[in-house]
Design a binder for this molecule. Structure first.
Ligand code: ATP
Length: 346
């Protein structure tokens, strides 16, 4: 689907009847809740068994469901008929094979999602942004603790730390993985929103950058290691994401956090035509207060679910509760007002 084709589709939409659609998973409650706050109708793509989960939270429930057998099947024709704009989130990126094939207009630049999905391209993007990144190793050269990562956005599932080539081959022989130096420090995951439509605030590229929040993840079993060890059990550390917790950083770190976001925005412009909308960096801040980035997510991340009514940072940006979900819906309204759809949709 070319950009031109998507914009042609969009020009046929009834702009007074636009709807926000997403897969019922990941950050869907927040996306529906935020759209409702902004007065935009929503569509949830859902399996029958999940429907009752969303109905259990009336303010985060979509206005209508499209029931599918499998979340990998995006009902494009039905969405197009309903003037839907698709919000991509982590589950959509993981489930929906080739995103470039989806016929429904997406909020943001879908090209950025292919840069997130391919680890080599993602590192090219991070390095082009001037960020410090962990060293990546050939399996035969492992001489220190390294995290071995499976391909795709798996929420850390199946990852393992290995200390030698032997240990690597014992667990990952023949598998498609990345071997990355284990970073020591505090994990800091800032959530950004880049708007090309506004020129006030913290300038980045042709628009402005907002820091919408920061989180840290809770991963099993590593994040409860002290308890496990206390009761005398030994265990192999694993990194499966279970949840997220709020993080506020010392204020002097904000300068670097904003700078990293700005650099990522501007290199996205050069590499693939920009990253309008939400994105997140996964970083580790070490004892010298140096940041190392090991991942960039080119869309809304689950860590934003901590802040459905705003974060300790949006409190200084908005005089009203502002979640990332609501911010996305607000951007649609701003684009409508300025008639600048092409800047935020592909
Ligand atoms: P998602 O796409 O959901 O973000 P993922 O499967 O791509 O997840 P990562 O985010 O790369 O996985 O890593 C999962 C977790 O593993 C991180 O949250 C972090 O705790 C740990 N981790 C990853 N890389 C490193 C590293 N280089 N050093 C230390 N810890 C790491």
């Amino acid at each position: 689907m070319t950009r031109e084709k998507i914009h042609e589709t969009l020009s046929g939409y009834d702009k007074k009847d636009l709807k926000i659609a997403t897969i019922c998973s990941h950050t869907a409650l927040q996306i529906f809740h935020g759209a409702r706050q902004e007065g935009i109708k929503t569509i949830g793509i859902c399996t029958e068994n999940r429907r009752k989960v969303y109905e259990a939270f009336p303010l985060g429930c979509p206005d209508e469901f499209i029931i599918v057998d499998d979340l990998r099947n995006i009902p494009s024709d039905e969405l197009l008929e309903k003037n839907a704009l698709l919000v991509p989130h982590g589950s959509l990126v993981e489930y929906s094979g080739d995103l470039s094939e989806i016929k429904v207009p997406m909020i943001g630049n879908r090209e950025s999602l292919s840069w997130e999905k391919d680890r080599e391209k993602m590192f090219e993007w991070l390095t082009a942004s001037g960020l410090q990144v962990p060293a990546t190793n050939e399996p035969d050269k492992i001489d220190r603790p390294c995290v071995v990562k499976l391909a795709g956005a798996k929420g850390g599932r199946g990852y393992r730390v290995v200390n030698s080539p032997d240990e690597f081959y014992e667990h990952f022989e023949g598998m498609n993985v990345t071997v990355q130096e284990y970073l020591i420090g505090v994990r800091v995951y800032p959530h950004y929103f880049y708007s090309p439509l506004s020129h006030e605030g913290y300038r980045a590229s042709e628009g402005k950058l907002e820091l919408m929040g920061i989180d840290r993840r809770f991963e099993s079993n590593i994040d409860e290691a002290y308890r496990t060890e206390k009761v005398g059990l030994s265990f192999t550390p694993s990194f499966t994401v279970v949840g997220n917790e709020l993080l506020v950083v010392r204020e002097s770190l904000l300068e670097e956090i904003m700078k990293m976001g700005k650099n990522v925005t501007e290199s996205a412009d050069r590499l693939f035509g920009g990253i309008p909308g939400p994105f997140c960096l996964e970083t580790v801040c070490d004892e010298n207060l140096q940041f190392f980035a090991f991942e960039v997510s080119a869309r809304i991340v689950a860590g934003t679910n901590i802040y459905p009514l705003g974060s300790p940072y949006t409190a200084y940006l908005y005089d009203e509760p502002m979640s990332m979900g609501r911010r996305i819906a607000r951007e649609i309204k701003l684009a409508a007002k300025a008639n600048k759809w092409q800047k935020i949709i592909y």
